[in-house]
Design a protein around this ligand. Structure first.
Ligand code: P1T
Length: 384
């Protein structure tokens, strides 16, 4: 089955057996617990909804299929998924090698929770530079953690090459695939060992659910993650599971429109006199444009740019936007704009931001699926 078909059908096959009702949409199973006829025989394998729930199970099956994984797990947020993966794989004294440009909350989790409280050390590298990755691997990290494209600088890392290098050092590779979505990039098929998602973003696509996911194919790793999902309990609710199942049905068509619009926005900004620099993997000027072409099916819906001015100019621009909402988050059908240094990445700290190349004049756009002419009109009036 092709991606678009899987996104609609996997996990929601109607039950046409005797006693089944044939729903074409999986019901929202709200039950916290499931009755059984005998102590040692749970009905259809379900015991208690934290451990497993039929609506969440349908979503987990679909998420796995879309990433080309054997197993999927759904969580209460992207960070809950990340926490569960880190809890399952790290112990005191371990090293993590991570991209220097990561979602601020992921850096906060690594630095302020796992490093500060649990004795894990984190080494940040520019993962677009394979030499830096190779040097850091000498520390034999217990995890190599990538975002590609990164948040918010949209740097692209070579998943195939880094997985080869990481495996050579005995380290598993984790890829946060939130910005690309599985429609544009399938890291497990390029060699990664685990994929992380904030399903809050493109996967759900409608800015009405916070959730996260892990996808893996290794059975032993899955058993650890499944154990921790139940033991720590940060599961996705049945209602959110339904919303994400529904959102996923249009992922392919949404991503096509997101990236068409993003390209129009990137080209418009590139030609504007008040804009210093535009970052979009689809522009030939992007330093990893060729790698993005090779590794991804398209260039995605995120565009970052530096306004020709300082932080107050960026703030003034953002406050003048009418159609783009000034808000954190991304990947919904509606366009959003934000100031990473003061919003999503404020917790990273000024020095670290400067080191990673994240300036105070940077603006990040999540380009929605509205009519592109309306989006350009809004950018034009705000820049003007
Ligand atoms: O917000 P949550 O569902 O917990 O997801 C965290 C997360 C993980 N990974 C990436 C790449 C992310 O971008 C995020 C969340 N990001 C934002 C809220 C943001 O505006 O960038």
């Amino acid at each position: 089955m092709k991606f678009e078909t899987q996104a609609i059908h996997v996990g929601e096959e109607p039950n046409l057996k005797e006693g089944g009702s044939g729903d074409v949409v999986v019901p929202i199973h709200l039950a916290s617990t499931f009755a059984r006829q005998q102590v040692d025989r749970p009905t259809c394998g379900y015991e208690y909804s934290r451990t497993s729930n039929p609506t969440r199970a349908a979503l987990e099956k679909r998420l796995a299929a879309l990433e080309g994984a054997k197993f999927g797990l759904a969580f209460a947020s992207g960070l809950a998924a990340e926490t569960t993966l880190m809890l399952s794989t790290l112990k005191s004294g371990d090293v993590v090698v991570a991209s220097d440009d990561l979602y601020g909350g992921t850096r906060r989790l690594l630095d302020k929770v796992f490093a500060q409280n649990y004795g894990v050390s984190v080494q940040y590298v520019d993962a677009a530079d394979l030499g830096q990755v190779e040097a850091a691997l000498k520390a034999k990290p217990k995890l190599v953690w990538l975002e590609t494209p990164t948040n918010p600088l949209l740097k692209i890392a070579d998943i195939g090459e880094i997985s080869r290098l990481a495996h050579g050092a005995g380290s598993p590779l984790v890829v946060d695939n939130t910005f690309a979505s599985p429609y544009l990039q399938q890291p497990l098929l390029l060699g990664a060992d685990a994929v992380v998602h904030s399903t809050t973003k493109f996967i759900n696509g409608h800015s009405d659910s916070v959730g996260g996911a892990l996808m893996v194919s290794d059975e032993a790793l899955y058993a650890k993650l499944k154990f921790s999902q139940n033991a720590a309990g940060a599961i996705l609710s049945p209602f959110d599971s339904f919303l994400v199942l529904r959102g996923l049905k249009t992922l392919a068509v949404r991503m096509e429109r997101h990236q068409q619009n993003a390209m129009r926005v990137a080209q418009f900004l590139s030609a504007h006199s008040r804009v210093r620099k535009v970052i979009y993997p689809g522009l030939p000027t992007h330093p990893q444009h060729e790698l993005a072409k090779k590794q991804m099916r398209g260039f995605g819906g995120m565009v970052s740019f530096e306004i020709d001015g300082n932080a107050s100019d960026a703030k003034a621009f953002l406050s003048r936007l009418k159609l783009f909402a000034l808000a954190e988050s991304l990947g919904g059908v509606e366009s959003l704009a934000e100031h990473p240094a003061l919003m999503t990445h404020a917790c990273v700290g000024a020095q670290e931001r400067t080191r990673a190349g994240l300036s105070d004049s940077l603006v990040r756009l999540s380009v929605g699926i509205e009519n592109a002419d309306d989006l350009l009109e809004d950018l034009k009036q705000a820049l003007g």
